[in-house]
Design a protein around this ligand. Structure first.
Ligand code: AGP
Length: 589
């Protein structure tokens, strides 16, 4: 997804904007640009990585203490220099950067072109500066013209806009994330906090339809929804910049895998009243839906097995993008649990909108407090995992699992037992992320790195682990990895097995007998069997030892495969933190 950052203050803007773009890289992008204001606009933009563009165009000689910048993840229009942001109006007096999708841009563009506006790009974004220009022609000032322009936009946006004759930033959001950083005598506006965290921990979370006016003398927020000025409080985040840096690790992915020693414990550090509140909502619900996308969906799937096992409770697990097709069952007594690391996934926000329209109660489980999802929920639980920078979800997944497992224990009146069991896992995870184990996994990665297909099987909870493991491998190494429920093999998938086909088998005490017979079926057709299992077995060609952890198996068994996926990417010369075509938060539908 695109990333935006703006700065107004007393320091040279370019280094602040450049470093901010670097911290937004993990969101996924294909081009970037910066514009600063120093009497005139000074703008440089191009396709490629931020560092590459800087080498070619040298951002550092852009003058001024005010500017906005952008990393573009193409939605409308190809990856070209013309389509890179910032975009300007006909006279080059207005500059805009944008994250989101303007759904009615064709109609707006048609009207603007018929009024003589000349467009330079194929993007939806470019209609914004031209629209502001058109409205200013009718006598409104820049800020009011921007408000009017925003009212005619349909879709989602996080926008920063400048006018070359005015020393101010207009920052607006609807459906895409935008936070304001407040420092002494200066303001930042960015897609998320790591972009300016080194400068300030004081943040203002913008609400949907908020429009902030940032000047040297202060900040004012206008709500298009409420039709007037609003007060937004200044929060202080407890992250420190080291959490948003790689430290001694080569990639955020490996750093965040290693952080799971602590983050699983942090996930369960929930107060008794918070847990009791959630337990009460669950007990009083008539129908429960867990909704999420991607990895968060896999955590919900695992949760459904755990809630069934520990609490004899049925919950519906639905992909957020599919949820609107379920709306017929929803009633005001339905509890919808929306799970999203970023709290900005468009499919999840859309599903929650449907559910709220039906009067459902919304409980969300997020890792970013102040995200859109926390603001549209009746209540939320915080994973406390700290910023997850890598595009791949790793620590947030095991934190989601830990939190769901804790809730399952709490629902059966065993909160303290649950906390104890989950806190104990730290030394299991510590061992599984040790250098010795990584070396062993590297041996496996060497064997698999040139494979075209990898299959993964499991039963029960281990089936959900197989699904998540397949996603990890495919999204970072680009090897086609596919998960099957062990019992499904004979219903078709086993036709795919050829000589040497690798298959990762997740084994637990509960499912050992059946899943090992599935492994033998694959082996007898030439498959190469990798066992993720507490005990070795003759069917295994390669054994990854993981301790039996019963209901906590999903937390423990995914870790070696997170490491395997990472090592496959590195061995294949890929960047684990920036997989192609992917973004950290899918803020468009
Ligand atoms: C997981 O590795 C992927 N990055 C992706 O599937 C992700 O889990 C999904 O987009 C959901 O993101 P969210 O948890 O922020 O909603």
């Amino acid at each position: 997804m695109c990333g935006i950052i703006g700065y107004i203050g007393t320091k040279n803007a370019t280094p602040i904007l450049f470093n901010g773009l670097k911290r937004l890289e993990y969101r996924g992008y294909d081009s970037a640009g910066i514009v600063t204001l120093d009497k005139e606009f000074h703008m440089k933009k191009d396709v490629g990585k931020v560092d590459e563009i800087n080498t070619r165009l040298n951002f550092s000689d852009l003058p001024g203490t005010l500017g906005i910048a952008h990393t573009r993840w193409a939605t409308h229009g190809g990856v070209t220099k013309e389509n890179a942001h910032p975009h300007t109006d006909c006279e080059g007096k207005i500059a805009v950067v944008h994250n989101g999708i303007i759904e009615n841009y064709q109609e707006l563009k048609k009207n603007l072109v018929s009024n003589g506006h000349k467009f330079k790009s194929q993007t939806d974004t470019e209609v914004i500066p031209h629209l502001i220009e058109e409205i200013m022609k009718r006598g409104k000032n820049f800020h009011d013209s921007t408000l009017s322009a925003l009212r005619s936009l349909e879709g989602s946006y996080a926008i920063l806009a400048l006018h070359k004759n005015e020393r101010k930033i207009v920052a607006a959001r609807k459906g895409s994330p935008l936070v304001i950083g407040v420092a002494d005598g200066s303001y930042f506006a960015a897609s998320d906090i790591p972009a300016f965290l080194e400068h300030t921990k004081n943040v203002v979370y913008m609400h949907d339809s908020d429009v902030a006016l940032l000047t040297d003398t202060g900040m004012k927020v206008f709500s298009l929804l409420e039709g007037g000025d609003v007060n937004r409080k200044v929060d202080t985040v407890d992250w420190d910049i080291r959490q948003a840096e790689k430290g001694e690790f080569n990639h955020f992915m490996l750093k965040e895998i290693s952080e799971q020693v602590e983050t699983v414990q942090k996930a369960v550090q929930q107060t008794k009243e918070v847990v009791d509140g959630v337990v009460h909502s669950i007990r009083n619900a008539h129908g429960i839906f867990l909704i999420a996308s991607g990895t968060s969906y896999h955590a919900c799937l695992a949760a459904s097995y755990i809630l069934s096992k520990l609490n004899k409770m049925h919950v519906n697990v639905v992909l957020a993008s599919e949820f609107p097709h379920y709306e017929h069952f929803l009633t005001p007594k339905t509890l919808v649990v929306a799970v999203s690391q970023s709290g900005e996934t468009a499919d999840v926000l859309e599903a929650v909108k449907y559910a709220k329209a039906r009067g459902c109660k919304i409980l969300s489980i997020v890792n970013v407090v102040g995200s859109s999802l926390t603001r549209t929920s009746d209540s939320f639980l915080n994973l406390n995992a700290g910023p997850e920078i890598c595009v791949l979800a790793t620590k947030s997944y095991t934190s989601q699992l830990a939190l769901f497992t804790l809730l399952a224990y709490a629902l059966s009146g065993k909160l303290e037992e649950g906390k104890k069991r989950l806190n104990y896992l730290w030394n299991v995870i510590y061992h599984l992320t040790s250098a010795t184990v990584k070396e062993k996994i590297k041996e496996l990665a060497e064997k698999l790195k040139n494979k075209e297909h990898i299959f993964l099987i499991g039963r029960g909870l281990e089936y959900t682990t197989a699904l998540e493991a397949a996603l990890k491998i495919k999204e970072v190494s680009y090897i086609h990895a596919e998960a099957f429920a062990g019992g499904e093999l004979k219903h078709g998938p086993i036709a795919l097995v050829e000589d040497g086909t690798p298959c990762i088998v997740f084994v637990s005490e509960e499912t050992e007998k059946e899943i090992l017979s599935n492994a033998n079926e694959i082996k007898s057709r030439g498959g190469y069997i990798i066992g993720v299992s507490p005990t070795n077995n003759e069917v295994f060609d390669f054994w990854l030892k993981v301790p039996e952890a019963n209901n906590e198996n999903p937390i423990v068994q995914i870790i070696p495969i997170q490491i395997l996926a990472y090592q496959l990417a590195v061995l294949r010369g890929l960047d684990p933190d920036h997989p192609r075509n992917l973004a950290k938060s899918v803020t468009v539908k």
